[in-house]
Design a protein. Structure first.
Lengths: 221, 221
DNA sequence: ATATTTTTTTAGTATTGCCTAAACAATATT
DNA sequence: AATATTGTTTAGGCAATACTAAAAAAATAT
């Protein structure tokens, strides 16, 4: 049972997320961009994570997370998402206010704490952004989900998650009335710029850029 | 509005607590004992806290917390105690299990978080160990409280707090059935070693050493 | 195939927070 | 008053995490 510092956990999470996006041999620059640190700092950290065997690292070739590393990453992600649920459900935070705080809370070290929190929240399966919460063994219930912009004309579905969890994006969604659980249908797709006209909950129509649509994930129905 | 690191907050809290125990010019060795770090490390830290003007520090003469410092210390203490209440009331932690975790949680930086937590908990006035929770302005509702061993023979009172919050002591209290809120009466005081015979809740009699009694705080009635 | 650009690593530095060993100051003892 | 003891600070060092600048490797363009 190795010990990871908070910084190591953050980097490992970044490697995990980048790997999940399909990337093999995650690059130093990608991690640097994700972590908002300089590539030189990433190189330092990769050596440390490699020593602890949570990543496979060959200089100049990028890194891959190990099975052991995945386990640790998933536990941090589990904590992050459970705390987000707590903040929204119990402390009435808005979904755009939780990320920063959860980024700190996820590093609190106490197995009993997270087990009890999970219980207290009623074993939630998804966080406020629609992301699945890994269970205590690291198992994730993945839902099939597609970016809204790939739906065909007249296709319908339900918003189940957002890809971008930035406050700016989430507040925009709040403003236009797009929320997780909303039913959507593609009324029009503009070929020129990929923008869309969407029917929300069979009531309201909404125009959105391709940029926005790419970050809304739907379960096709 | 200065920024304090977690380590600085912990040291400042230690200075605050030692000051509250009546001590003027808190000594490096006392802080070292409280913090379980070496005196040399304390000297380093005192210079930093002094630079930030949260303590008054004259080499070799000990330190005193400033009014500004008191404000910061009280906010950390407020967070610590609110989290302890959360852990006990909401997550069913035992009162001997909360200290370590609260010691980490108290450093999470988010004004809204602590305000909402306070609300969620119903603005509690005391933590699970009977210690008062400072309000958002740092005001503390102090209750008059005495160590159980100073009560005279046949005097009665109610347990309102414990001085020692170590797991060992709290588990001992659990075992013998002494809890916050219990009514107590001094049935006998042994002159030889200061040990006591106590009647708890008009039901059970309890023998305890002076050491134990000193750490049980009562509201005399 | 060579030159240029991009990516990555290394070298050297800073800060925080801890340590040990040694020096220094204050206090107590003879 | 001199010496011993105790308490405190300084000096120097280490680990973690970040940085900048320079070097090296890999990828791309000519
Ligand atoms: Mn984090
Ligand atoms: Mn989330
Ligand atoms: Mn603490
Ligand atoms: Mn407490």
């Amino acid at each position: 049972m190795i010990k990871l510092t908070s910084a190591e956990e953050n980097y490992l999470k970044a490697v995990y997320h980048l790997s999940e996006e399909g990337k093999k041999n995650v690059s130093t620059n990608d991690i640097s961009a994700e972590m908002k640190t300089k590539p030189a700092s990433v190189s330092d950290m990769l050596r440390k994570l490699s020593d602890k065997k949570v990543i496979d690292y060959r200089k100049y070739y990028g890194v891959n997370i190990t099975d052991e590393g995945k386990k640790y990453a998933l536990q941090v992600i589990r904590k992050h998402r459970l705390w987000e649920v707590f903040l929204v459900e119990k402390l009435r935070f808005a979904w755009d206010e939780v990320h920063e705080v959860a980024e700190e809370l996820e590093h609190i070290k106490s197995p009993i704490l997270i087990q009890r929190l999970d219980e207290f929240l009623g074993h939630p399966k998804f966080d406020p952004h629609g992301d699945p919460i890994p269970d205590e063994f690291g198992d994730v219930k993945a839902r099939p989900r597609l970016p809204l912009n790939v739906l065909a004309l007249n296709d319908g579905g339900q918003i189940v998650a957002v890809k971008d969890s930035s406050a700016a994006f989430l507040r925009y969604l709040d403003k236009v009335g797009a929320y997780i659980g909303a039913r959507v249908k593609v009324l029009d797709k503009v070929e020129f710029d990929g923008s869309l006209e969407i029917l929300v909950d069979n009531k309201k129509t909404l125009f959105m850029s391709k940029d926005v649509a790419e970050n809304i994930l739907v379960l096709q129905q």
